[in-house]
Write a protein that binds this ligand. Structure first.
Ligand code: LLP
Length: 421
């Protein structure tokens, strides 16, 4: 359930007309619903209670500071994968002891900033990274709390570009080698082992792969404890999938996921951390666009809209499906037409949908791409010198621009022509 519903024949974000935002901001734009973000975050905290837990929102899915403040104020921690994301979390007022730092390629400078600013833990992904972190921490006279991310060699049964838990993926250390890597971590100065980390992929639509991975983590917890390591915290990653089509998808709910976690890991007396991104942010946002032209092709009708692959790259990058709906509610049983929905970018890959049945729309009509809150704005670029798409947050009947569309002046000013040219 989300808060983008038709009321009186027009699509709303909570109590705000999308057409009103479009008039104020221009299209295309992203709009997020505070109520949906809040609801989705709470589903996870409720699902994990009464286990001690911390939900760390995966900032990479939606990193606007206003959104982070909203979630942070509810008690959310943050999962960051770069110092840029770390600084976003801090700018949103999230305390360092609620921020976990993930990622395979953390640099010494990034570690330094996070250690000085305060960090809940680093999720370390390799032996070389352990050595660098140990060096950085000792040079600062600080102790870095760590988990080690293990790669359980489990098939997440998701798109190959977002599966991370197979042995051929770059992530984590092979779980079979965990005892020796933990032994190394215990020997290195400046590090304090606090737990284990695992993340097997994104947009998982079944619980079985999670369960397989978590069962391996449960066994590893016992092994590592027997070897004298203090394992108090299990970071189980993110990855729970969302329905991208309204009609025929029913991925497991956070409640089912939480029940499975309790069953598989509840006896270990560990604090549970999870790093969901998409389930919190995905259906909390839509991308609103205007139709520019209807264009008759030889064998198809193109709907040329003012959003493009640079604003929402998922369809062209992963072949992902996003429901597309007109902002003016179509009459039930009204005529539809099959469109290839495309943007203005000069690539055939700039196609959102092929042969998609939509109510008839024409120039100036508004449409919305659903489920675009996660991995939408954050993956946008200025390809074709299209200004970065703005973001709007709605709460009840209020809305505010939380990232403005840059002007062409601002865009052009970022380039400079060398004197010698
Ligand atoms: N934790 C780690 C270590 C991750 O790498 C990710 C996502 C998450 C948590 C959050 O996963 P989520 O709950 O959002 O599934 N751009 C792709 C998705 C990339 C996911 C990368 N890692 C897409 O648009 O589908």
């Amino acid at each position: 359930m989300d808060h983008f519903l038709y009321k009186n024949g027009t699509l709303m974000a909570e109590d705000v007309l999308l057409s009103e935002i479009a008039a104020a901001v221009g299209t295309p734009f992203y709009v997020y619903s505070a109520a949906t973000l809040t609801r989705h975050y709470k589903l996870f905290t409720e699902a994990l209670a009464p286990l001690p837990h911390q939900v760390c929102f995966a900032i990479k899915s939606l990193s606007n500071v206003a959104v982070l403040k909203l979630l942070g104020d509810l008690g959310a921690g943050m999962d960051v994968v770069s110092v840029g994301e770390y600084l976003r979390a801090k700018a949103a007022g999230v305390p360092g002891d609620r921020i976990v730092f993930s990622g395979v390629g953390k640099k010494a400078d990034e570690m330094r900033i996070a250690l000085q600013g305060g960090i809940r833990q680093f999720n370390v992904e390799s032996e070389p990274e352990l050595a660098v972190l140990s060096g950085v921490a000792t040079s600062l006279g600080l102790i870095a709390p760590i988990t080690i991310r293990v790669n359980p060699d489990v098939d997440a049964k998701t798109h190959e570009k977002i599966a991370t838990g197979k042995k051929e993926n770059k992530f984590g250390i092979p779980i079979s080698r965990a005892p020796e890597v933990y032994a190394l971590a215990a020997r290195l100065p400046g590090l304090k082992v606090v737990g284990i980390d695992v993340h097997i992929g994104s947009q998982l639509t079944e619980l079985a792969p999670f369960e397989e991975a978590y069962a391996k983590v449960a066994a590893l917890t016992q092994t590592l404890r027997a070897a004298g390591h203090q394992i108090d915290r299990l970071d189980l990653g993110g990855g729970l999938g969302i329905p991208y089509t309204r009609s025929n998808e029913a991925p497991p709910l956070p409640m089912d996921y939480g029940a499975m976690i309790k069953r598989v890991l509840g006896h270990l007396d560990c604090e549970i951390e999870i790093e969901p991104g998409r389930l919190i942010s995905g259906n909390s946002g839509v991308l609103v666009s205007s139709v520019i032209y209807n264009k008759a092709g030889e064998d198809r009708d193109f709907l040329i809209v003012d959003a493009a692959m640079n604003d929402l790259v998922r369809p062209s990058m992963y072949g992902a499906h996003h429901d597309i709906v007109p902002v003016t509610e179509p009459a039930t049983g009204g005529a539809t037409q099959a469109y290839d929905v495309v943007g203005p970018v000069c690539e055939t890959g700039d196609t959102f949908a092929k042969g998609r049945a939509l109510a008839k729309v024409g120039p100036g009509d508004l449409i919305a791409f659903r489920s675009a809150g996660a991995y939408g704005a954050v993956m946008a670029s200025e390809y074709n010198t299209r200004p970065l798409v703005p973001e709007v947050l709605v709460k009840g009947d209020q809305f505010a621009v939380i990232r403005a569309r840059p002007t062409y002046d601002e865009i052009l000013k970022r380039d400079s022509i060398p004197e010698w040219l």
